[in-house]
Design a protein around this ligand. Structure first.
Ligand SMILES: Nc1ncnc2c1ncn2[C@@H]1O[C@H](COP(=O)(O)OP(=O)(O)OP(=O)(O)O)[C@@H](O)[C@H]1O
Ligand SMILES: [Mg+2]
Length: 395
């Protein structure tokens, strides 16, 4: 592994398609538009000064409209395309310096690609398709078949070994494609619109399966899609490409809540934020928390909103103490201790919950809802107002 820790590092990468790309590079750098360059020089700007680092073990999504340069970018990673300018490092190695043989080894061992239209070999059985990469590595038949069978089982296709691709549904064929990509145990998976040809339900299942696999595999996955929902669901980070330029790189929540420009904004404006934003990103600490057992002390700590959260040292969050109940209790038990009857129960939230799951409780509540950690302790709260502020943007 490289000293910097990046799995794939892209610097100053530009790609111009056409007869004499270097002659237009200067104009590209000066920022002349893709359209102008095409009409004036006949060259197409594929990518313009791309810089980013993909971390080991992350799912890095590249998103953008058709023609924005997604495929061009991902094909630089295994040198299916050479840059006009710039550098691509994988595990801190500049891949332009690889010899022909090294490049072959690199492609066989370091990365696998999963294709949109599956790319299976029609005259080979399912198991032979999956084992293909190992066959090329000259792994003996028995061993590679065993590996392939294990992967088929992992993707839910045990029993289909002897079938041919044409006998399988689209979703099943793409599972074969995934098993084949994983069978050589590469560090990096390149997935160019891998799920785009699948119908919505199957597509969603494949997303689920990929996330499930990733929990144990920890591959570095570069995933291209033009579907924002897919990007938000599976991406640890998302890069948004427009006309060969990166508009924004960020976590799904970054992109949703702070779109960098109009282009990104146009992508995210129709997204249901409630389904993508977790509670922890918008929780605040707006309500005081006390753990005294004295009614008088609790009463003295009441903030203007007239209630506070009550937590016990040993057992964690208990509920809320309201002005009304504290006053009533103090009348009959001046100098008394807080007892169960003084506490009002309230639903609580978990930091990882999506806003969607919190909406119903939050809207029914007159109070901010506490967000508790795994030990049942207060870490923040969600008020109906901040929930509304976040969701409002949506129309
Ligand atoms: N081999 C090529 N020769 C000339 N121009 C190319 C070539 N490959 C891509 N381009 C151009 O580069 C730009 C980016 O294309 P690319 O295929 O990377 O887009 P994309 O984002 O993958 O689009 P899609 O979503 O349709 O797959 C486009 O303008 C395209 O016309
Ligand atoms: Mg493409």
């Amino acid at each position: 592994m490289g000293k910097s820790g990046g799995k794939i590092e892209i610097s100053n990468l530009s790609k111009i398609f056409g007869k004499r790309p270097n002659t237009v590079l200067q104009q590209v750098k000066l920022g002349k538009s893709k359209q102008d360059i095409l009409s004036e020089t006949g060259h197409t700007v594929g990518l313009r000064d791309i810089n980013f680092t993909i971390n080991p073990g992350e799912i890095f999504v590249i998103m953008g409209l058709s023609g924005s340069g997604k495929s061009t970018l991902i094909r630089h990673f295994n040198r299916l395309i050479d840059p006009t300018e710039g550098q691509i490092k994988v595990d801190n190695q500049d891949i332009m310096t690889l010899s022909k043989d090294q490049l072959i080894q690199f492609r066989r061992h370091k990365m696998s690609m999963v294709f949109q239209h599956f790319g299976l070999l029609p005259h080979r059985t399912v198991v032979d398709n999956v084992a293909y990469g190992l066959q090329i590595q000259k792994i003996p038949l028995a061993e590679r078949t065993k590996q392939a069978e294990t992967w088929l089982e992992t993707v839910g296709l045990a029993g289909y070994e002897k079938q041919y691709p044409s006998q399988l549904s689209g979703g099943q064929q793409q599972r074969v494609g995934l098993a084949r990509a994983l069978c050589t145990d590469p560090d990096i998976l390149l997935m160019d619109e891998a799920f785009s040809a699948l119908d919505p339900l199957i597509r969603s299942e494949m997303q689920e399966q990929l996330l499930e696999l990733q929990k144990t595999l920890h591959k570095t996955i570069v995933f291209i899609t033009h579907d924002l929902d897919e990007a938000l669901r599976i991406g640890d980070r998302i890069a948004i490409l427009k006309d060969g330029v990166i508009s924004q790189i960020g976590t799904p929540v970054d992109i949703l809540l702070n779109p960098a420009d109009d282009y990104v904004e146009a992508f995210v404006k129709d997204v249901n934020r409630a389904r993508a934003v977790p509670v922890k990103t918008i929780m605040q600490q707006s309500v005081p928390v006390v753990s005294t057992d004295s009614l008088t002390d609790a009463f003295a700590a009441l903030p203007p909103q007239g209630y506070l959260f009550y937590e016990r040292e040993e057992t964690g969050f208990q509920g809320i103490l309201t002005r009304n109940k504290l006053e009533a209790a103090l009348k009959v038990r001046p100098d008394g201790k807080i007892i169960t009857e003084d506490i009002t129960k309230i639903p609580n939230l978990m930091p990882e919950m999506l806003l969607q799951e919190a909406i119903s409780d939050a809207l029914k509540s007159r109070y901010a809802l506490p967000v508790l950690n795994e030990d049942g302790r207060y870490i923040g709260d969600l008020s109906p107002e901040s929930l509304a502020d976040t969701l409002e943007y949506n129309n």
